[in-house]
Design a protein around this ligand. Structure first.
Ligand code: PHB
Length: 409
Protein backbone atom coordinates (compact mmCIF):
# COMPACT_ATOMS: atom_id res chain seq x y z
CA UNK A 1 0.00 0.00 0.00
CA UNK A 2 2.75 2.41 0.93
CA UNK A 3 3.95 2.76 -2.63
CA UNK A 4 0.51 3.74 -3.82
CA UNK A 5 -0.26 7.39 -3.75
CA UNK A 6 -3.25 8.25 -1.69
CA UNK A 7 -2.48 11.89 -1.03
CA UNK A 8 -5.64 13.94 -1.10
CA UNK A 9 -5.76 17.47 -2.40
CA UNK A 10 -8.28 19.17 -0.15
CA UNK A 11 -8.64 22.20 -2.41
CA UNK A 12 -9.59 20.11 -5.41
CA UNK A 13 -11.93 18.03 -3.30
CA UNK A 14 -13.95 21.12 -2.46
CA UNK A 15 -14.39 22.34 -6.00
CA UNK A 16 -17.74 22.06 -7.66
CA UNK A 17 -18.75 21.94 -11.29
CA UNK A 18 -18.96 25.67 -11.78
CA UNK A 19 -16.09 26.66 -9.55
CA UNK A 20 -13.59 27.28 -12.32
CA UNK A 21 -14.97 30.80 -12.27
CA UNK A 22 -13.22 31.27 -8.97
CA UNK A 23 -9.82 30.33 -10.28
CA UNK A 24 -9.86 31.20 -13.95
CA UNK A 25 -9.45 34.90 -14.43
CA UNK A 26 -11.41 36.24 -17.34
CA UNK A 27 -11.53 39.79 -18.54
CA UNK A 28 -7.83 40.52 -18.73
CA UNK A 29 -6.97 43.05 -21.41
CA UNK A 30 -5.56 41.02 -24.30
CA UNK A 31 -2.24 42.32 -25.53
CA UNK A 32 -1.79 42.26 -29.27
CA UNK A 33 -5.08 40.63 -30.23
CA UNK A 34 -4.80 39.02 -33.63
CA UNK A 35 -7.65 38.80 -36.09
CA UNK A 36 -9.87 41.02 -34.00
CA UNK A 37 -10.42 43.69 -36.61
CA UNK A 38 -9.10 47.03 -35.38
CA UNK A 39 -7.93 45.78 -31.99
CA UNK A 40 -11.45 45.13 -30.62
CA UNK A 41 -12.80 41.91 -29.24
CA UNK A 42 -12.31 39.16 -31.84
CA UNK A 43 -15.47 37.70 -33.28
CA UNK A 44 -16.37 34.97 -35.72
CA UNK A 45 -16.18 31.25 -35.09
CA UNK A 46 -13.48 29.60 -33.02
CA UNK A 47 -12.07 26.81 -35.14
CA UNK A 48 -10.73 23.69 -33.41
CA UNK A 49 -8.63 21.36 -35.52
CA UNK A 50 -9.44 17.78 -34.51
CA UNK A 51 -6.68 15.40 -35.55
CA UNK A 52 -7.63 11.76 -35.00
CA UNK A 53 -7.43 8.33 -36.61
CA UNK A 54 -10.58 7.61 -38.60
CA UNK A 55 -8.91 4.65 -40.30
CA UNK A 56 -6.47 1.92 -39.19
CA UNK A 57 -6.04 0.00 -35.91
CA UNK A 58 -7.17 2.92 -33.76
CA UNK A 59 -10.28 3.92 -35.77
CA UNK A 60 -12.69 3.21 -32.92
CA UNK A 61 -10.59 5.37 -30.60
CA UNK A 62 -10.79 8.32 -32.99
CA UNK A 63 -14.52 7.85 -33.53
CA UNK A 64 -15.25 7.64 -29.83
CA UNK A 65 -13.15 10.68 -28.92
CA UNK A 66 -15.10 12.57 -31.60
CA UNK A 67 -18.41 11.37 -30.17
CA UNK A 68 -17.43 12.60 -26.71
CA UNK A 69 -16.34 15.99 -28.03
CA UNK A 70 -19.49 16.40 -30.10
CA UNK A 71 -21.73 15.49 -27.18
CA UNK A 72 -20.17 18.22 -25.03
CA UNK A 73 -20.27 20.90 -27.73
CA UNK A 74 -23.86 19.98 -28.52
CA UNK A 75 -24.76 20.38 -24.84
CA UNK A 76 -23.48 23.97 -24.96
CA UNK A 77 -24.98 24.66 -28.39
CA UNK A 78 -21.57 24.90 -30.10
CA UNK A 79 -21.18 28.34 -28.60
CA UNK A 80 -18.84 29.73 -25.94
CA UNK A 81 -18.57 33.34 -24.73
CA UNK A 82 -20.76 34.46 -27.61
CA UNK A 83 -18.62 32.82 -30.31
CA UNK A 84 -19.56 29.79 -32.38
CA UNK A 85 -17.30 26.76 -32.18
CA UNK A 86 -16.45 24.79 -35.30
CA UNK A 87 -14.69 21.43 -35.41
CA UNK A 88 -12.43 20.80 -38.40
CA UNK A 89 -11.66 17.08 -38.49
CA UNK A 90 -8.74 15.36 -40.20
CA UNK A 91 -7.86 11.66 -40.36
CA UNK A 92 -4.23 11.09 -39.29
CA UNK A 93 -4.71 7.32 -39.78
CA UNK A 94 -2.87 6.76 -36.51
CA UNK A 95 0.23 7.12 -38.65
CA UNK A 96 3.14 9.31 -37.50
CA UNK A 97 3.92 10.18 -41.12
CA UNK A 98 0.46 11.64 -41.59
CA UNK A 99 0.60 13.72 -38.41
CA UNK A 100 2.62 16.72 -39.53
CA UNK A 101 1.05 17.27 -42.98
CA UNK A 102 -2.44 16.99 -41.48
CA UNK A 103 -1.62 19.36 -38.62
CA UNK A 104 -0.21 21.84 -41.15
CA UNK A 105 -3.37 21.60 -43.24
CA UNK A 106 -5.52 22.38 -40.24
CA UNK A 107 -3.40 25.32 -39.16
CA UNK A 108 -2.42 26.81 -42.53
CA UNK A 109 -5.42 25.97 -44.73
CA UNK A 110 -8.27 25.86 -42.21
CA UNK A 111 -6.79 28.53 -39.94
CA UNK A 112 -7.70 26.70 -36.74
CA UNK A 113 -7.10 28.52 -33.47
CA UNK A 114 -6.00 25.37 -31.67
CA UNK A 115 -5.51 21.65 -32.18
CA UNK A 116 -7.06 18.78 -30.22
CA UNK A 117 -7.11 15.00 -30.43
CA UNK A 118 -4.19 12.71 -31.32
CA UNK A 119 -4.36 9.02 -30.41
CA UNK A 120 -0.99 7.59 -31.46
CA UNK A 121 2.08 8.72 -29.48
CA UNK A 122 4.14 8.78 -32.68
CA UNK A 123 1.76 11.33 -34.22
CA UNK A 124 1.99 13.53 -31.11
CA UNK A 125 5.79 13.30 -31.21
CA UNK A 126 5.79 14.16 -34.90
CA UNK A 127 3.87 17.42 -34.46
CA UNK A 128 5.52 18.57 -31.23
CA UNK A 129 8.06 20.93 -32.79
CA UNK A 130 5.52 22.33 -35.24
CA UNK A 131 2.94 23.32 -32.61
CA UNK A 132 5.67 24.64 -30.35
CA UNK A 133 7.30 26.79 -33.02
CA UNK A 134 3.99 27.97 -34.51
CA UNK A 135 2.60 28.74 -31.02
CA UNK A 136 -0.50 26.60 -31.59
CA UNK A 137 -2.19 25.36 -28.41
CA UNK A 138 -2.56 21.56 -28.53
CA UNK A 139 -4.86 19.66 -26.18
CA UNK A 140 -3.99 15.97 -26.43
CA UNK A 141 -7.01 13.72 -25.92
CA UNK A 142 -5.23 10.36 -25.88
CA UNK A 143 -1.62 10.00 -27.09
CA UNK A 144 0.39 9.25 -23.95
CA UNK A 145 4.00 9.96 -25.05
CA UNK A 146 5.35 10.73 -21.59
CA UNK A 147 8.20 13.01 -22.68
CA UNK A 148 5.75 15.54 -24.15
CA UNK A 149 4.67 16.55 -20.68
CA UNK A 150 7.52 15.40 -18.44
CA UNK A 151 10.81 15.87 -20.27
CA UNK A 152 12.02 19.45 -19.71
CA UNK A 153 13.47 19.42 -23.23
CA UNK A 154 10.29 18.15 -24.88
CA UNK A 155 7.38 19.60 -22.99
CA UNK A 156 5.97 22.86 -24.24
CA UNK A 157 3.80 25.67 -22.87
CA UNK A 158 1.55 24.99 -25.87
CA UNK A 159 0.93 21.31 -25.05
CA UNK A 160 -1.71 20.12 -22.57
CA UNK A 161 -2.99 16.59 -22.04
CA UNK A 162 -6.45 15.74 -20.68
CA UNK A 163 -6.13 11.97 -21.11
CA UNK A 164 -3.07 10.32 -19.48
CA UNK A 165 0.67 9.95 -19.79
CA UNK A 166 1.77 6.44 -20.71
CA UNK A 167 2.63 4.82 -17.39
CA UNK A 168 0.34 7.00 -15.27
CA UNK A 169 -2.13 4.20 -14.54
CA UNK A 170 0.14 1.29 -15.44
CA UNK A 171 2.50 2.23 -12.57
CA UNK A 172 -0.41 1.90 -10.12
CA UNK A 173 -1.17 -1.57 -11.46
CA UNK A 174 2.49 -2.53 -10.99
CA UNK A 175 2.18 -2.06 -7.24
CA UNK A 176 -1.39 -3.37 -7.08
CA UNK A 177 -0.55 -6.61 -8.90
CA UNK A 178 2.06 -7.46 -6.30
CA UNK A 179 0.48 -6.11 -3.14
CA UNK A 180 -3.23 -6.72 -3.69
CA UNK A 181 -3.50 -9.37 -6.38
CA UNK A 182 -0.61 -11.33 -4.89
CA UNK A 183 1.26 -12.02 -8.12
CA UNK A 184 5.00 -12.63 -7.88
CA UNK A 185 5.98 -13.48 -11.47
CA UNK A 186 4.42 -11.68 -14.40
CA UNK A 187 4.94 -11.75 -18.18
CA UNK A 188 4.20 -8.61 -20.19
CA UNK A 189 2.98 -8.11 -23.75
CA UNK A 190 2.33 -4.83 -25.60
CA UNK A 191 2.57 -3.44 -29.14
CA UNK A 192 6.08 -2.76 -30.39
CA UNK A 193 6.11 1.03 -30.54
CA UNK A 194 6.78 3.83 -28.09
CA UNK A 195 3.44 3.70 -26.22
CA UNK A 196 3.58 -0.08 -25.76
CA UNK A 197 7.11 0.11 -24.40
CA UNK A 198 6.41 3.10 -22.13
CA UNK A 199 3.35 1.49 -20.60
CA UNK A 200 5.07 -1.86 -20.09
CA UNK A 201 8.12 -0.14 -18.62
CA UNK A 202 6.05 1.68 -15.99
CA UNK A 203 4.23 -1.51 -15.00
CA UNK A 204 7.52 -3.42 -14.80
CA UNK A 205 9.25 -0.71 -12.79
CA UNK A 206 6.55 -0.61 -10.10
CA UNK A 207 5.97 -4.38 -10.07
CA UNK A 208 9.66 -5.10 -9.53
CA UNK A 209 10.02 -2.27 -7.03
CA UNK A 210 7.26 -3.94 -4.99
CA UNK A 211 9.25 -7.21 -5.07
CA UNK A 212 7.89 -8.95 -8.17
CA UNK A 213 9.76 -10.51 -11.05
CA UNK A 214 9.12 -9.98 -14.78
CA UNK A 215 9.71 -13.39 -16.36
CA UNK A 216 9.01 -12.65 -20.03
CA UNK A 217 8.40 -9.73 -22.40
CA UNK A 218 6.80 -9.96 -25.82
CA UNK A 219 6.26 -7.05 -28.25
CA UNK A 220 4.20 -7.89 -31.38
CA UNK A 221 3.87 -5.21 -34.07
CA UNK A 222 1.01 -2.71 -33.86
CA UNK A 223 -1.83 -4.07 -36.01
CA UNK A 224 -1.24 -7.81 -35.44
CA UNK A 225 -3.98 -10.14 -36.69
CA UNK A 226 -2.62 -13.47 -35.53
CA UNK A 227 -1.21 -13.48 -32.01
CA UNK A 228 -0.51 -17.25 -32.01
CA UNK A 229 3.29 -17.02 -32.21
CA UNK A 230 3.34 -14.46 -29.39
CA UNK A 231 0.92 -16.44 -27.24
CA UNK A 232 3.14 -19.46 -27.73
CA UNK A 233 6.04 -17.50 -26.28
CA UNK A 234 3.90 -16.57 -23.30
CA UNK A 235 2.96 -20.26 -22.84
CA UNK A 236 6.63 -21.08 -22.35
CA UNK A 237 7.02 -19.14 -19.11
CA UNK A 238 5.77 -19.89 -15.65
CA UNK A 239 4.05 -16.59 -14.86
CA UNK A 240 1.35 -16.06 -12.21
CA UNK A 241 -0.31 -13.53 -14.54
CA UNK A 242 0.12 -11.81 -17.90
CA UNK A 243 0.02 -8.00 -17.99
CA UNK A 244 -0.98 -6.57 -21.38
CA UNK A 245 -1.72 -3.32 -23.15
CA UNK A 246 -3.50 -3.26 -26.50
CA UNK A 247 -6.16 -0.98 -27.97
CA UNK A 248 -8.53 -0.90 -30.94
CA UNK A 249 -8.58 -3.97 -33.18
CA UNK A 250 -5.41 -5.26 -31.49
CA UNK A 251 -7.28 -5.43 -28.18
CA UNK A 252 -10.21 -7.34 -29.64
CA UNK A 253 -8.00 -9.92 -31.32
CA UNK A 254 -5.54 -10.28 -28.45
CA UNK A 255 -8.10 -10.80 -25.67
CA UNK A 256 -10.13 -13.23 -27.79
CA UNK A 257 -7.09 -15.22 -28.85
CA UNK A 258 -5.69 -15.23 -25.31
CA UNK A 259 -8.85 -17.02 -24.14
CA UNK A 260 -9.05 -19.30 -27.19
CA UNK A 261 -5.45 -20.44 -26.75
CA UNK A 262 -6.37 -21.84 -23.34
CA UNK A 263 -3.91 -19.54 -21.59
CA UNK A 264 -6.61 -17.60 -19.76
CA UNK A 265 -7.65 -20.58 -17.65
CA UNK A 266 -4.10 -21.08 -16.45
CA UNK A 267 -2.71 -17.56 -16.28
CA UNK A 268 -5.02 -14.62 -15.40
CA UNK A 269 -4.90 -11.61 -17.69
CA UNK A 270 -4.39 -8.15 -16.20
CA UNK A 271 -3.37 -4.89 -17.84
CA UNK A 272 -4.21 -1.42 -19.08
CA UNK A 273 -7.93 -0.63 -19.23
CA UNK A 274 -7.72 0.34 -22.90
CA UNK A 275 -7.62 -3.40 -23.62
CA UNK A 276 -11.17 -4.09 -22.40
CA UNK A 277 -12.71 -0.73 -23.25
CA UNK A 278 -16.49 -0.53 -23.65
CA UNK A 279 -15.88 0.64 -27.23
CA UNK A 280 -15.26 -3.02 -28.07
CA UNK A 281 -15.99 -4.98 -24.89
CA UNK A 282 -19.17 -6.55 -26.29
CA UNK A 283 -17.30 -7.54 -29.43
CA UNK A 284 -14.58 -9.21 -27.33
CA UNK A 285 -17.32 -11.05 -25.46
CA UNK A 286 -16.93 -13.47 -22.56
CA UNK A 287 -13.21 -13.84 -23.31
CA UNK A 288 -12.86 -10.59 -21.34
CA UNK A 289 -14.60 -11.87 -18.19
CA UNK A 290 -12.47 -11.50 -15.06
CA UNK A 291 -9.79 -9.34 -16.68
CA UNK A 292 -8.50 -6.82 -14.11
CA UNK A 293 -7.17 -3.49 -15.40
CA UNK A 294 -6.22 -0.01 -14.26
CA UNK A 295 -7.64 3.11 -15.89
CA UNK A 296 -8.85 6.64 -15.17
CA UNK A 297 -12.42 5.86 -16.18
CA UNK A 298 -15.27 3.36 -16.09
CA UNK A 299 -18.88 4.10 -17.05
CA UNK A 300 -19.76 2.31 -13.79
CA UNK A 301 -18.20 5.01 -11.58
CA UNK A 302 -21.00 5.99 -9.21
CA UNK A 303 -20.97 9.77 -9.09
CA UNK A 304 -23.69 12.23 -10.01
CA UNK A 305 -21.47 13.70 -12.71
CA UNK A 306 -20.82 10.32 -14.27
CA UNK A 307 -24.41 9.22 -14.10
CA UNK A 308 -25.43 12.43 -15.92
CA UNK A 309 -22.70 11.87 -18.54
CA UNK A 310 -23.67 8.21 -19.09
CA UNK A 311 -27.34 9.18 -19.41
CA UNK A 312 -26.66 11.95 -21.94
CA UNK A 313 -24.31 9.70 -23.90
CA UNK A 314 -26.85 6.87 -23.97
CA UNK A 315 -29.55 9.25 -25.15
CA UNK A 316 -27.44 10.46 -28.05
CA UNK A 317 -25.62 7.29 -29.07
CA UNK A 318 -27.73 4.45 -27.61
CA UNK A 319 -24.73 2.88 -25.88
CA UNK A 320 -22.57 3.40 -22.78
CA UNK A 321 -19.63 5.79 -23.04
CA UNK A 322 -16.11 4.43 -22.93
CA UNK A 323 -12.63 5.64 -22.05
CA UNK A 324 -12.14 7.41 -25.34
CA UNK A 325 -15.55 9.07 -25.46
CA UNK A 326 -14.89 10.26 -21.91
CA UNK A 327 -11.52 11.71 -22.94
CA UNK A 328 -13.18 13.52 -25.86
CA UNK A 329 -15.91 14.91 -23.61
CA UNK A 330 -13.35 16.08 -21.07
CA UNK A 331 -11.18 17.66 -23.76
CA UNK A 332 -14.12 19.61 -25.16
CA UNK A 333 -15.09 20.83 -21.70
CA UNK A 334 -11.54 21.89 -20.81
CA UNK A 335 -11.27 23.86 -24.04
CA UNK A 336 -14.66 25.47 -23.51
CA UNK A 337 -13.83 26.44 -19.90
CA UNK A 338 -10.60 28.12 -21.03
CA UNK A 339 -12.38 29.95 -23.86
CA UNK A 340 -14.94 31.21 -21.34
CA UNK A 341 -12.19 32.35 -18.98
CA UNK A 342 -10.65 34.56 -21.70
CA UNK A 343 -14.08 35.79 -22.69
CA UNK A 344 -13.78 34.23 -26.12
CA UNK A 345 -10.46 35.85 -26.96
CA UNK A 346 -8.52 32.73 -27.98
CA UNK A 347 -6.45 34.93 -30.28
CA UNK A 348 -4.61 36.12 -27.16
CA UNK A 349 -2.55 32.94 -27.01
CA UNK A 350 -0.74 33.71 -23.77
CA UNK A 351 -3.97 34.46 -21.92
CA UNK A 352 -5.59 31.36 -23.40
CA UNK A 353 -2.68 29.15 -22.28
CA UNK A 354 -2.81 30.68 -18.80
CA UNK A 355 -6.56 30.00 -18.66
CA UNK A 356 -6.09 26.40 -19.79
CA UNK A 357 -3.58 25.86 -17.01
CA UNK A 358 -6.11 26.97 -14.41
CA UNK A 359 -9.10 24.92 -15.56
CA UNK A 360 -10.54 22.89 -12.70
CA UNK A 361 -13.90 21.23 -12.24
CA UNK A 362 -15.45 18.03 -11.01
CA UNK A 363 -16.02 15.81 -14.03
CA UNK A 364 -17.53 12.36 -14.57
CA UNK A 365 -14.52 10.53 -13.08
CA UNK A 366 -13.79 12.99 -10.26
CA UNK A 367 -11.87 16.25 -9.88
CA UNK A 368 -10.16 17.51 -13.01
CA UNK A 369 -7.00 19.61 -12.92
CA UNK A 370 -3.68 19.88 -14.73
CA UNK A 371 -0.33 19.41 -13.02
CA UNK A 372 1.02 22.99 -13.26
CA UNK A 373 4.48 21.83 -14.33
CA UNK A 374 3.71 19.13 -16.87
CA UNK A 375 0.26 20.40 -18.02
CA UNK A 376 -0.84 16.77 -17.89
CA UNK A 377 -4.07 15.73 -16.13
CA UNK A 378 -3.99 14.59 -12.49
CA UNK A 379 -6.63 11.92 -11.92
CA UNK A 380 -8.00 9.03 -9.89
CA UNK A 381 -6.84 5.62 -11.07
CA UNK A 382 -9.57 2.98 -10.90
CA UNK A 383 -8.92 -0.74 -10.66
CA UNK A 384 -11.71 -2.49 -12.57
CA UNK A 385 -12.75 -6.08 -13.23
CA UNK A 386 -14.80 -7.20 -16.21
CA UNK A 387 -18.03 -8.76 -14.97
CA UNK A 388 -21.40 -9.66 -16.37
CA UNK A 389 -23.86 -6.95 -15.32
CA UNK A 390 -27.47 -7.58 -14.25
CA UNK A 391 -28.69 -6.55 -17.73
CA UNK A 392 -26.52 -9.26 -19.29
CA UNK A 393 -23.93 -6.91 -20.80
CA UNK A 394 -20.26 -6.82 -19.80
CA UNK A 395 -18.89 -3.97 -17.73
CA UNK A 396 -15.76 -2.78 -15.94
CA UNK A 397 -16.75 -2.90 -12.27
CA UNK A 398 -14.66 -0.64 -10.03
CA UNK A 399 -12.96 -2.65 -7.27
CA UNK A 400 -10.47 -0.09 -5.95
CA UNK A 401 -9.33 3.49 -6.52
CA UNK A 402 -6.30 5.71 -6.01
CA UNK A 403 -6.88 9.46 -6.19
CA UNK A 404 -4.52 12.23 -7.29
CA UNK A 405 -2.12 10.33 -9.50
CA UNK A 406 0.00 12.62 -11.66
CA UNK A 407 2.39 11.84 -14.52
CA UNK A 408 5.27 12.27 -12.08
CA UNK A 409 5.33 8.58 -11.19
C1 PHB B 1 -0.55 5.94 -27.60
O1 PHB B 1 -0.06 5.74 -28.71
O2 PHB B 1 -0.03 6.71 -26.78
C2 PHB B 1 -1.78 5.19 -27.19
C3 PHB B 1 -2.61 4.61 -28.15
C4 PHB B 1 -3.75 3.92 -27.77
C5 PHB B 1 -4.10 3.84 -26.43
C6 PHB B 1 -3.29 4.42 -25.46
C7 PHB B 1 -2.12 5.11 -25.84
O3 PHB B 1 -5.21 3.18 -26.05
Amino acid sequence: MSAMRRILHPVVGLLTAGSFFLVACGGQAPAGTAGGGGGGQPSGPIRIGVLLPYSGVYTSLGENITRGMELYFEEIGYEVAGRKVELKKEDDQGNPQQGLPKARQLVERDKVHLLAGIVHSGVADAIRDYVHNQRIPLVIANAGAASLTRDPNRRSPFIFRTSFANGQYESVMGTYAYEKLGYRKVAVIAPDYSAGHEKAEAFKQYFTKAGGQVVNEVYPPLGTNDFAPYLQRLQQTSADAVWAFFAGTDAIRFVQQYALSGLKEKVPLIGAGDMVDEAYLEEIGDAALGVVTSLHYSPLIETQENEAFVKAYREKYDTVPNQFAYQGYLTARVIAEAIKAVNGNVEDTDAFLAALKKVEFVGPAGPFRFDPESQNVVFTVYIRRVEKLPDGTLGNVVIDQFPDVSDDF
